[in-house]
Design a protein around this ligand. Structure first.
Ligand SMILES: [Zn+2]
Length: 575
């Protein structure tokens, strides 16, 4: 976002806002010493892990990892743009927005883009129902959808020509530039404008407030690309929405069924499973995980049974098992997706798939066992070696249950298995206590980056927050490229750029330049108990570690450590 308010104004705003009062309007907070605690408004929880820090004017949730300053809070809870959130707070504090810096162009633009999308959705739908659009209507009907479902989802069809859609939108007063900015039209290499969607069946993406924010367009034959989706625009960011959540949020179930595609979701809704949603053309993002945990306490994962689907499922599991959500991957053999299950076998079958769903632990164990022949000693040993780390982070009761099952499956005594599990658990605990960092125990279960490097990065960033003047002294020694994790690299780049132009790097002034996840990370560091000695020497040591680690590791691979490599990592840490 190009809008940048002056530090002076933001400081004024900050001083007028009592973050505890502000958040207290949304969350029932209880004082506990210097902090207050409550139930997190961003995910579903029963015991409070949402903390507001008066000292640092920030909040952090230990359950879902969301954190930030007052602006971030309002932005997320009210679902506003940065500048709108600032205005919201300024109004509340009785402060005028600085005129020379603020104008509401963006807000007006957004509003108009929403109207434009609504008009486009209406057009696609009406066109589908007209004589000329019968190909589209027949496609949907051919997929087994009823007219009621087609209307419910506002499905449509985009004309198979270059002018009809554009002409219609222009007649409604929308300019070429506006159509381009909404990604309803794209530019050819020569610079001429053409409609983004042609001869495709159209699915509008509707946000939680009922606005049409984007479209998915699918071909009706085998032409490539199969799908064209709206790119990021002012009103739509890929990965921040879930398809059909606008309907699913009012479902009576305390669960969501996360599918891969629109078609699965639409078929499930038609069959009465109105709690189905889909990601939109991306791997599951943190934003989506937050959305899910906000609306339910249980999630079923329905991914295709091909390799790409299994891959996506693994990634989704990695993210979801870090939340309090109960996670149930769905498996079925005689159909490739939910749409097919329902068509072939009817809704009853789907119901029984849901009720017989494995939990994530069972699923992990089954996946490990799959490629192994556990009738051999070698197969059993491999199975147990890989299964033990799965059990290590579980509760005592869960450990007992799964160790018993493993014993039954392999014929190895439960006691022997428990010894291994305890051993693995001790390693994790030792690692975690050494990390000085409460969140890391969980991250350890699936490290995303080499731990040593990660801690060095944390220490550098935490120290710079405490002593911003260090930055000047190390800027020639450390460039953003030296960072290994993307988030810290970007944070450091922002720090460096602002310091270079003589601006403050306090959180309140930089939150417009960072992603939600980056802000959360900073807040966690700021309020966490990471021990930094706050000396320049320590920072220099960390820089050395970073550079060494980068040399040593092929860092493209650390994000996908195999289980063996991962176990080695434990062992190295202990030796
Ligand atoms: Zn939370």
């Amino acid at each position: 976002m190009a809008v940048r308010l002056s530090d002076q104004f933001l400081e004024q705003l900050r001083d007028r806002i009592d973050i505890e009062d502000l958040i207290g309007e949304y969350v029932d907070l209880k004082r506990a010493g210097r902090l207050s605690k409550g139930l997190c408004p961003f995910h579903n929880e029963k015991t409070p892990s949402f903390v507001v820090y008066e000292d640092t004017r920030s909040f952090y949730c230990f359950g879902c990892g969301k954190g930030g300053d007052a602006i971030t809070f309002i932005r997320d809870i009210e679902n506003l743009e940065y500048i709108e959130a600032v205005k919201f707070l300024a109004d509340r504090a009785g402060l005028n927005m600085p005129n020379e810096e603020y104008d509401d162009t963006i807000i007006r633009k957004k509003k108009r883009m929403l109207e434009m999308n609504k008009e486009a959705a209406r057009f696609f739908h009406e066109y589908m129902k007209s004589q000329k659009g019968s190909a589209g209507l027949n496609y949907w009907l051919g997929r087994g959808l009823t007219p009621k479902t087609i209307t419910h989802f506002g499905l449509g069809y985009a004309p198979d020509d270059w002018d009809t859609f554009m002409g219609h939108m222009r007649s409604k007063g929308y300019s070429n530039q506006e159509l381009f900015e909404a990604d309803l039209a794209r530019k050819s290499q020569k610079g001429s404008l053409y409609p983004t969607f042609r001869n495709r069946v159209m699915t509008p993406i509707i946000d939680l407030r009922g606005n049409v924010v984007a479209f998915g367009g699918r071909v009706m034959d085998d032409t490539k690309p199969k799908y064209i989706n709206t790119r990021d625009t002012l009103i739509y960011k890929k990965g921040q929405n879930l398809f059909a959540l606008n309907f699913a949020k009012s479902s009576k179930e305390d669960s969501l069924i996360l599918c891969e595609g629109y078609m699965d979701v639409i078929a499930l809704h038609q069959a009465g499973f109105t709690n189905a949603v889909a990601g939109l053309g991306t791997a599951l993002t943190d934003e989506q995980v937050r959305l899910i945990s906000h609306y339910c306490s249980k999630v079923y994962l329905s991914y295709d049974s091909d390799e790409a689907g299994r891959d996506a499922l693994q990634k989704a599991l990695g993210k979801l098992t870090r939340t309090p959500l109960a996670v149930h991957p769905l498996t079925y053999t005689d159909a490739k997706d939910p749409d097919e299950v329902i068509k072939k076998f009817g809704p009853e079958r789907w119901k029984s798939i849901l009720s017989g769903a494995m939990n994530d632990i069972e699923y992990k164990l089954v996946s490990i066992r799959d490629g192994l022949d556990i009738s051999t000693d070698d197969g059993r040993a491999k199975y147990l070696t890989k299964a033990v780390p799965v059990l290590a982070p579980l509760s005592a009761i869960e450990k007992d249950i799964y160790a018993s099952r493993l014993a039954e499956e392999t014929g190895v005594s439960k006691d022997a298995i428990m010894v291994q599990v305890k051993d693995a658990e001790r390693r994790i605990a030792r690692r975690a206590s050494r990390s000085d960092f409460s969140g890391l125990a969980r991250d350890l279960v699936k490290p995303t980056v080499h731990l040593k490097a990660y801690r060095a990065e944390e220490t550098i960033i935490a120290t710079l927050m405490k002593s911003p003047d260090f930055l000047k002294k190390i800027e020639t020694e450390l460039t953003p490229d030296d960072f290994i994790s993307e988030g810290y690299r970007h944070i450091y780049a922002v720090f460096a750029e602002r310091t270079g132009s003589g601006q403050s790097i306090e959180l309140d002034f930089i939150s417009s330049e960072l992603s939600g996840e980056e802000i959360s990370n900073l807040v966690k560091l700021k309020n966490g108990d990471l021990l930094v000695s706050n000396t320049l020497d320590e920072v220099r040591d960390c820089i050395k570690i970073l550079k060494e680690e980068k040399k040593k590791q092929n860092l493209n691979n650390v994000a996908s450590l195999s289980d063996e490599e991962y176990l080695k990592l434990f062992k190295r840490g202990d030796s």
